[in-house]
Design a protein around this ligand. Structure first.
Ligand code: ADP
Ligand code: MG
Length: 238
């Protein structure tokens, strides 16, 4: 069963059509990367998958279930944003626990999950700190940790590395690839960085002006770009 299926998904804000006839399948365990220029609809598409926005038309299926009317917290997904969105007044541990607490999960389950996530992300020594006492890379790891503890079937990442400097970006990218292997979860990842797309993706989805321009493996798209636009995005020889 696919992790995610989008059928004829449209999204409009007023008279502005932002997503147009999106059809896409993410297989179980697959790492799918959305690329495309700023404003082409990448974040909106993630938000429609997450349930933070309603599709104007079309269907969203997660693990085989139609979720158009399912609230975000019940979709079995977790989202990591570019801006981390951590609570400044809460410790690392409290930030990571919050989602599970709101779900009213038992204390020992929360403890075990936070422990496990902080080991995976090397955050054990930082659990009592506050976000202001962390580096950008550590903050992003906490944001990823907050997603991991929910043990989602599907992770959604919206340009998670774009606030990090080049060296940290590379390290964190490698960590995300390792995470994908360790958790064998399905991931949908938005970036405008060609290296991230080429190295992380099983499948790349190129978006342009709210439509899917081409879908394929990094090598397929690199070697056989449908047009100059796709070639330009993936660095293929013109
Ligand atoms: P990307 O993430 O690819 O940069 P977005 O999905 O953020 O693009 O935005 C796609 C288009 O939708 C843009 O033109 C943006 O202005 C518009 N848009 C996004 N969210 C809203 C909103 N809540 N209301 C109106 N327009 C929006
Ligand atoms: Mg965006």
């Amino acid at each position: 069963m696919p992790a995610l299926k989008l059928e004829n998904v449209y999204k409009s804000f007023g008279s502005v059509d932002v997503l147009k006839d999106i059809n896409l399948t993410v297989e179980d365990g697959e790492f799918v990367v959305f690329v495309g220029p700023s404003g082409c609809g990448k974040s909106t598409l993630l938000r429609v998958i997450a349930g933070l926005e309603d599709a104007t038309k079309g269907s969203v299926f997660i693990a085989g279930e139609q979720v158009n009317d399912t609230p975000p917290s019940r979709r079995g997904i977790a989202m990591v944003f570019q801006s981390y969105a951590l609570y400044p007044h809460l410790s690392v541990k409290a930030n990571m626990s919050l989602g599970l607490k709101q779900e009213k999960q038992p204390k020992d389950l929360i403890e075990t999950r936070v422990q496990k996530a902080s080991e995976i992300l090397s955050l054990n020594d930082y659990l009592d700190r506050h976000p202001a006492e962390l580096s950008g890379g550590q903050r992003q790891r906490v944001a990823i940790g907050r997603a991991i503890v929910r043990e989602p079937k599907l992770f959604l990442f919206d340009e998670p590395l774009s606030n990090l400097d080049a060296a940290l970006r590379m390290n964190t990218r490698i960590e995300i690839a390792e995470l994908h292997r360790t958790l064998s979860a399905s991931m949908v990842y938005v970036t405008h960085d060609q290296t991230e797309a080429m190295t992380l993706a099983d499948k790349i989805v190129v978006l342009r002006d709210g439509r899917i321009e081409q879908v394929g493996s990094p090598m397929e798209l690199y070697n056989n770009p449908a047009n100059k636009f796709v070639a330009g995005f993936l660095g293929s020889p013109a």
